[in-house]
Design a protein around this ligand. Sequence first.
Ligand code: FAD
Ligand code: PHB
Length: 410
Amino acid sequence: MSVLRTQVGIVGAGPAGLLLGHLLHLNGIDSVIVENRSRDYVIDRVRAGVLEQGTVDLLIAMGVGERLQREGLRHDGLYISFSGHRHHIDMADLTGGKAITVYGQNEVVKDLIDTRLSTARPLFFEAEDVSVEALESSSPLVRFRHDGADHEIRCDFIAGCDGFHGVCRPSIPEGVLTTYERVYPFGWLGILAEAAPSSTELVYTLHQRGFALFSMRSPTITRLYLQVPPDEPIDNWPDEAIWEEMLARMTTRDGWMPSVGRIVQKGVTPMRSFVATPMRYGRLFLAGDAAHIVPPTGAKGLNLAASDVLVLARALKAYYEHRRTDWLDEYSNVCLRRVWKAQRFSWWMTTTLHRSPDETAFDHQRQIADLDYLTSSRAAMTSLAEQYVGLPMEVGLDSVGLSSTPHRVS
Ligand code: FAD
Ligand code: PHB
């Protein structure tokens, strides 16, 4: 069996694990990342698309924003559509110049993997039977099999960045965590299509037939979502049926609609809100989807993963530089303040824009009134805008040795 020693063992090479690994590297802290999927699988998985201003600033300050600055699409506003009309919300105007950037999660992950490999610090893909042990001791372990050999990593700390279905959270003894959960009675059918986006900004639609979302990945690729039942088999949706439903829900009275093209990827995702507290057990720290899940309507999941690992990196830096443990102790509470605000926003966006099977006629009229108020009140639009571009990170970039100058993606 091979035995490796490191400072921080990181389980999972999604956005949380890769970002943490690089933040630690920039501060001279050693880590080993262990991922159970292949490199191609991790990169090709189609997920998030919207980066908050603070996430963009973090990636650029970390030196991994070069392609993001070149290829990312800066959006100063978005549209909310209901009763056949699109309403514009000028987020930059309402937030003193902040914006979101559309840049696929798979591009973020690709850039972070390339950067990790260039540092020559260890990153194992296709690790089997990953487990975490001795979490209460001062030397917790990550064990796994790789290329037919058993490996043990002896760590000072373990970061559980292995997503909602990972092994880290279930390794915490029963009774330690309190969990909060809401499962929604719908899911999203998402497609990528070879079609030039017909709007330069996102369009969130509430239609009689349910929610729909217009987004994009590049000047030639459109990304669209439809509300469907949560367990809907994708085989129920031939391409023609998807286009018919997308156009029925999204076409507005002024004739705007998404452009149609060849569908190159499709899938159904269920929707859930979930928080596990505290985000720590002994020397195991949970970050990102391993600790909390939001429904994608607020576009917050990847951004929360980024803010969690910034707080964790600050605490680990203070531990290694000054033997401070107070920031490790505060990690969970500091993260949860921002997590719960993002939970509230994501729940609000979701329940305001989707049709629920058990809703009453009153509920639907209230949704319309909510959207009418939102799109006609500068105060309400400002509230949406400041949350959508991202509430401030709980700790500054300077706390991990980075410059905090805001950046602009063209
Ligand atoms: P993950 O990305 O899940 O990464 C966890 C990693 O751990 C994975 O690579 C996994 O393979 C690995 N792993 C799992 N188990 C093990 C194990 N036993 N051993 C080792 N490794 C393991 N968020 C946004 O911010 N903006 C958006 O616009 C947005 N849109 C979304 C749209 C959709 C359709 C979906 C599904 C999600 C969306 N999200 C969005 C959410 C976002 O994708 C997640 O919140 C984000 O991936 C969380 O990152 P993570 O690193 O915490 O977890
Ligand atoms: C996306 O482009 O994939 C996307 C955009 C906005 C969301 C969720 C997903 O709220």
